[in-house]
Design a binder for this molecule. Structure first.
Ligand SMILES: [Zn+2]
Length: 217
């Protein structure tokens, strides 16, 4: 049996390694070697949904967590996934999107029109002031907004996009999940109408009649 002195020393050493992780490249991976892509929505408790500790208590250490509007695949999501999978020891990616998502609540073309009405030239936008080389082709702003028609379809396609991306190593395990805000539970993405009947999963359920600008095509 170890002495208390030995146990304490092991804890101190473990904490020291935890705190200095990024000095060690792939040897300093987070607890679960995991990258999570998820929506910024305040009703999506990622720790509860996945049974891990990312956000609470602060510094739980189980995963790198990337949140954006919708939890969709964007250039910055790919940038972050590329870094953690190739250089920080991550071997698994989990995508979590959710019912009642604000990204279902309007058509992106209408949102673009609002901005244009406010005087914004959406065909001449500097997306990233630190990287002006990153630009959108004229006419593609509404695609860039990334609104969804259907959260389950978007989740499935997000998983495929990550799996097929050349910056993500082939051996990374990728899965996608839906957090149902209404009953507060996790499920796999599905197009089964019966299984989705109690939740809002499509833009049509928000009264959006037109399909979104085709981001994927
Ligand atoms: Zn959302």
């Amino acid at each position: 049996m170890a002495t208390l002195k030995e146990e304490l020393q092991a804890k101190v050493d473990a904490y020291d390694h935890w705190a200095k992780r990024r000095h060690f490249g792939p040897e300093g991976a987070n607890n679960r070697k995991l990258w999570v892509l998820t929506c910024m929505d305040e009703r999506l408790p990622i720790d509860e949904a996945l049974g891990i500790r990312v956000d609470s208590p602060a510094g739980g250490g189980d995963a790198h967590c990337f949140r954006n509007a919708g939890g969709i695949v964007t250039d910055d999501a790919i940038r972050s996934a590329m870094l953690t999978c190739n250089f920080f020891g991550t071997t698994e990616i989990v995508v979590v999107q959710h019912t009642q998502c604000g990204m279902l609540s309007a058509n992106a073309a209408d949102l673009e029109q609002v901005l244009q009405n406010n005087g914004v030239d959406t065909d001449d936008i500097v997306l990233d002031p630190t990287l002006p080389e990153l630009s959108l082709a004229p006419g593609s702003f509404s695609k860039w907004i990334g609104m969804m028609d259907d959260v389950d379809k978007t989740c499935m396609r997000s998983v495929e996009a990550i799996r097929n991306h050349p910056l993500i190593p082939d051996n990374v395990v990728v899965s996608g999940w839906i957090w149902e805000v209404e009953p507060r539970r996790l499920r796999a993405p599905t197009l089964d109408a019966e299984r989705r009947a109690m939740t809002d999963v499509s833009s049509a359920q928000f009264g959006v009649s037109r399909t979104q600008p085709p981001r994927w095509d």
